[in-house]
Design a protein around this ligand. Structure first.
Ligand SMILES: [Mg+2]
Length: 310
């Protein structure tokens, strides 16, 4: 069973609560816990040896990644992370100095983000190291950005560059918390998501939640140096584009907003974030489905990143 089918099955009959504004199916749970102007954001995520890192990964990077994944999801709602709980599963014989290094990576990112680590739990683990982080944050009620607000005609943007994150970025990425809050506070964003499953995969989540389609501009996709360096085969350029569309764990932000806001955004962005690119990669459409436009025309974009002529 594919991961998303399993999630659909598990989330079909969850008990709910009156405080839940948005439950499973967006980047974070959104809760109304009685704060006057703000909603609470709640997210949990885990990193597991053999899945998200290997036995050879430096412990400090593992701690960093565990918190960064959660923070990226809060960023995708325009949120401000505040406090985390950390549970760690330790294999027998795991060196105490390595545990300290895991926490050093976690703590360094927490300090940069202004996040407190308010407790947690340790457990023995029979098979490899794992960490689970639960992160709380808040967002102004009128600035919370969901996946479901995309509208036909919206311009689509991504931060940074995409593809090839397995060459290191998946362990060392900076969650776009500052950027997400700045965007949500200054611009009427319609939809936003962080890129964990690749641009094409995560855009499909937005399309499904918003009930729209999209057309991506192949020439505007910001292909990372890592994606270009690993591209091979008869057409390296095409392979690099496919990596940018389908490689996971970029942890950049994908968002949509009305076309009238495009020019003010493109004017303000480079002044505020001179070291992070922002790319206008496509448009949301009435017509359902995901398509790719390149020099040869417009074609459906398949799940594997191929755009086949029909
Ligand atoms: Mg996410």
């Amino acid at each position: 069973m594919r991961e998303f089918a399993l999630i659909d099955l598990l989330t079909a009959s969850l008990p709910t609560h009156g405080s839940v504004v948005v439950g499973a199916g967006d980047d974070c749970a959104v809760l109304d816990l009685g704060l006057a102007d703000r909603w609470v954001l709640f997210k949990t995520d885990a990193v597991v040896e053999g899945v998200h890192f290997t036995a050879a990964t430096e412990p400090r990077r593992i701690g960093h990644k565990a918190l960064a994944r959660c923070a990226s999801d809060l960023a995708a709602m325009g949120g401000l992370p505040t406090v985390a709980l950390v549970t760690v599963g330790l294999p027998i014989g795991f060196a105490p100095t390595d545990v300290q290094e895991v926490y050093a990576g976690l703590n360094a990112l927490a300090r940069r983000l202004g996040v407190g680590i308010a407790g947690g739990e340790t457990s023995a683990s029979p098979d490899g190291l794992w960490l689970s982080v639960a992160l709380l944050g808040t967002v102004a009620k009128d600035r919370c950005v969901l996946r479901s607000g995309g509208r036909p005609g919206d311009a689509l943007f991504v931060t940074g560059t995409l593809g090839g994150s397995r060459r290191g970025k998946h362990l060392d990425f900076e969650p776009r918390v500052v950027e997400g809050r700045w965007l949500a506070e200054r611009f009427p964003l319609h939809a936003m998501i962080d890129l964990s499953d690749g641009l094409a995969g995560d855009l499909r989540h937005v399309l499904k939640a918003s009930g729209v389609g999209a057309e991506l501009d192949a020439n505007a996709i910001p292909i990372s140096e890592a994606a270009r360096a690993t591209a091979s085969g008869p057409s390296p350029e095409e392979a690099a584009l496919r990596a940018a569309l389908t490689d996971g764990e970029d942890f950049e932000l994908l968002f949509s907003l009305a076309t009238e806001d495009v020019e003010p955004l493109l004017t303000a962005w480079p002044t505020k974030f001179p070291h992070l690119s922002l790319s206008h990669v496509g448009v949301l459409t009435h017509e359902p489905g995901l398509r790719l436009r390149d020099d040869r025309g417009v074609r459906p974009l398949e799940l594997d990143g191929y755009a086949h002529f029909q």
